[in-house]
Design a binder for this molecule. Sequence first.
Ligand SMILES: Nc1ncnc2c1ncn2[C@@H]1O[C@H](COP(=O)(O)OP(=O)(O)OP(=O)(O)O)[C@@H](O)[C@H]1O
Ligand SMILES: [Mg+2]
Length: 329
Amino acid sequence: MYGTGVTWATVRFATGNGGQRRLEQRAIHPRGMRIALPATREVYVSRLQVEHLYKVFGPRPEEAVQRLEAGADKDELRAGGETAAVIDASFEVAEGEIFVVMGLSGSGKSTLLRTLNGLLPPTAGAVHYDGRDLTELDAPELRHVRAHGISMVFQHFALFPHRTVVDNAAYGLEVQGVPKPEREERATEALRLTGLEGWENSWPDELSGGMQQRVGLARALATDADVLLMDEAFSALDPLIRREMQEQLLELQRTLRKTIVFITHDPHEAVRLGDRIAVMRDGRIVQNGTVEDLLLRPADDYVASFMADVDRSAVLEGHHDEAEVTARA
Ligand SMILES: Nc1ncnc2c1ncn2[C@@H]1O[C@H](COP(=O)(O)OP(=O)(O)OP(=O)(O)O)[C@@H](O)[C@H]1O
Ligand SMILES: [Mg+2]
């Protein structure tokens, strides 16, 4: 792609600006010598693209989409027995960013997330992963994407009770057919990253709820998936543990640079984690922007009321500091 013998390595990154990355270009000489090139440039690498996506549950979903396109609203469809869970959603997720989807219960967050790895086929519209339309992949190709590309972490992570912690963390690799010594090594490393070093040979019922969630995260990290879909992954945890998990995710993200779509209904969690936040209401994305956009330029009263009890001075200042630190790093 970049010409033989030349590879570009990413060495810098700036968050909080819609996934704009600052790349320093380095040429790798055929004999292994690294030569830094003078040029730097801003690039945007998009990992997921969602285009006019609809998901309707009910007896006549395609017809319901046509009615929505013609201006019908969700309530009119409901009268006919159709549930419009996601309506005309379009957005992109950039490589290395945490993209948060926030909204009240029933607004369509989980449905949207499940279309991103092909678990749910969209009624209309498309999801592109690395430029490929997921709806055009056959079942084995989709399984491959889910095993190697896009991993999911759920709210209540179901661990296998009769497997040790390390075997639970290695489960995704086992499904991939990775040999035992390698999967144990990778799962052990993932457990270390999530703060569970020393617990490898324990049983799930010896772990607290927070630790079990960490095993869920470790399972996703142990696979080489570079996109993580996290559905209310911390919502069942008590506030202190939840805060710890958020900090750990940010810490991991500084080195691992995964592409993360993180679902939450909590605005505090959203502003703490999100490079960008999409706000959903009744199936629609009503605003997609940075924390600053949402706080300073809310699209409507719904977004404003969501953000109402976020401490804006602390958040805006905090974000600014973090952006500066990242830019200097
Ligand atoms: N398999 C399904 N069949 C029918 N309706 C569904 C199905 N899955 C979701 N829905 C409906 O779609 C709408 C959106 O649900 P979804 O689970 O995506 O919301 P959510 O924002 O994740 O909510 P929560 O915060 O409670 O998890 C709801 O009205 C829900 O009842
Ligand atoms: Mg949900």
